[in-house]
Design a protein around this ligand. Structure first.
Ligand code: TUI
Length: 316
């Protein structure tokens, strides 16, 4: 059988990419996921290049396997981070929240595989024309900054629109949702929220407990009026943001409330002022476990075979 194109492209064993979650995705979780055969990813978020540099060095002391860095293109430090990861020859560069066109030549000259996260087929087509290696099609079930379309619609639409491999993201956290993504034509999956519950993940225990306790209706989207909608778990901050959303000076107020709030959630476990960015899948997650066990549970061949059998049985 032909090898999976995502495994080939990245040089990994399982086509599972750990989502780059600002403040959450540091060297510890990234190294654990890479060492277990997936692609571990350090999230640069809004951090300066010096922090990203340290994390890359730590990953390289913990694993020899390929890993990635996620560049958040709204970051004030994106230029220095872009230059650093080319210099340090990071094997895989994933981008979010923008168009990475200006950096593509430099990154590809460094030998990196470049994979933008996209939330529309138009951007996926533009990215393919520019010569990227794959795209992550991220549906609005995902946590954090999101687009408009669901994974169910976005993924097959992008699969039909481009020839490069598509990695599905948003709402994927078990064997069923991974199998569904493969049915939609994805060649790999990006999983964020479930890795918050990896034992190797250094996020505050209060954040992990919010994920474990979340019910389906606890997933909220704030900040639609700012043009940067964010999915998070219901909290005092999300309630306050929903209250001011349609006030006259909502954009300024929301930006002030959002400032530093992700750090407060992930690092301080601040239940009142923290922004607990996580995907809708949080409602299905129940326990902490090692990253390697998470990968084995999601890409469990007998479980996926049983799912395929149950799909066939529906039609009998
Ligand atoms: O980037 C993400 N998720 C994120 S970034 C983040 S940090 C943050 N904190 C506060 C406010 C905003 C961000 C938290 N979560 N996901 C990848 C993603 N990229 N989702 C959607 C997009 C996207 C959207 C529009 C990518 C490109 C795009 O269009 C760019 C263009 O120029 O056409």
């Amino acid at each position: 059988m032909a090898k999976n194109p995502i495994c080939e492209l990245f040089g990994i064993e399982y086509p599972i990419i750990q989502g780059g979650m600002a403040w959450v995705s540091d060297a510890h979780i990234a190294a654990a996921v890479s060492e277990a055969g997936g692609l571990g990813v350090i999230a640069a978020g809004n951090a300066p290049a010096s922090w990203v540099s340290e994390q890359i060095d730590i990953v390289r002391t913990k694993t020899q396997k390929p890993f990635g860095v996620n560049v958040m293109l709204l970051s004030p430090f994106k230029d220095e981070v872009a230059k650093l990861i080319a210099e340090k020859k990071v094997p895989v560069i994933i981008t979010g929240a923008g168009n990475p066109g200006e950096f593509l030549e430099m990154w590809q000259a460094s030998g990196a595989k470049v994979v933008p996260v996209v939330a529309s087929s138009a951007l996926a087509i533009r990215m393919e024309r520019m010569g990227v290696d794959a795209v992550v099609a991220e549906g609005c079930e995902a946590g954090g900054h999101i687009g408009e379309l669901t994974t169910m619609v976005l993924v097959p639409n992008i699969v039909d629109a481009v020839s490069i491999p598509v990695i599905a993201a948003g709402g994927i956290g078990d064997a069923r949702s991974a199998a569904a993504a493969f049915c939609l034509g994805a060649k790999g999956v990006q999983v964020g929220t479930r890795f918050i519950l990896a034992t190797e993940c250094t996020a505050h225990q209060a954040f992990k407990d919010k994920v474990i306790k979340a019910k389906d209706v606890d997933s909220k989207v704030t900040g639609r009026v700012t043009g940067h909608p964010v999915r998070l778990i219901r909290s005092p901050l999300s309630r306050e943001m929903a209250r001011v959303e349609y006030e006259p000076d909502a954009v300024e107020k929301l930006e002030a409330m959002g400032e530093g709030s992700l750090r407060k959630a992930v690092v301080d476990g601040d239940i009142k002022e923290g922004s607990f960015m996580a995907g809708q899948i949080a409602c299905m997650l129940e326990k902490e476990e090692p990253a390697g066990d998470i990968i084995k549970d999601i890409l469990n061949k007998p479980a996926i075979d049983a799912i395929i059998d149950s799909v066939k049985a529906v039609l009998n």
